[in-house]
Ligand binder design. Structure first.
Ligand SMILES: [Zn+2]
Length: 126
C-alpha cells in the first residue's frame, strides 16, 4: 500500500514536471520545425527564427568588369585581338580569354554580336 502510493506519486511528479516546463514557457515546440526549444517568447526555435538564407540561384551576371567593358568597346571599334592586346598592354591570349568570358556572360556568339551589344549597353562605346 505505501509503496504503491510512492510510485504513483513519482509518476505523477515526473508528468507534472514535464508539463510545468511547457506551462512556464520554458520549453516549447517550435511552430515551424516541431523541435523542442526553451525560450521566453516566440513560437519558433532559434534555428527557425534566424532569417532564412535565401538559396536563390544568382541571376546571370551580365555586368562586365571594367576591363571587359574596355575590350568590348575596342571590339566595337572593329579592332583585332592583336590591336586590343597592344592597346591594353595584355597578351593576345589574355584578350581571347576575356572575349570568351564576355561571350559567355552576354550569351553572344561572336564579336559582331558583342559589338552590337556594346553599342546598346555601353554608354561611351564608339
Ligand atoms: Zn524550429
Amino acid at each position: 500500500m505505501p509503496s504503491r502510493f510512492v510510485r504513483s506519486w513519482q509518476t505523477k511528479g515526473k508528468h507534472l514536471k514535464t508539463l510545468s516546463l511547457y506551462e512556464m514557457g520554458m520549453l516549447k515546440t517550435c511552430y515551424r520545425c516541431g523541435g523542442e526549444f526553451s525560450t521566453a517568447s516566440g513560437r519558433l526555435c532559434m534555428i527557425c527564427r534566424k532569417p532564412r538564407v535565401r538559396v536563390r540561384k544568382p541571376p546571370v551576371n551580365r555586368d562586365l568588369s571594367f576591363r571587359e567593358k574596355q575590350i568590348a568597346q575596342l571590339v566595337c571599334q572593329a579592332k583585332l585581338n592583336k590591336e586590343i592586346a597592344f592597346e591594353l598592354r595584355l597578351t593576345e591570349g589574355t584578350i581571347k580569354e576575356y572575349l570568351n568570358r564576355i561571350f559567355r556572360k552576354l550569351d553572344v556568339k561572336n564579336r559582331t554580336q558583342l559589338a552590337i551589344w556594346a553599342l546598346r549597353n555601353i554608354e561611351s562605346a564608339a
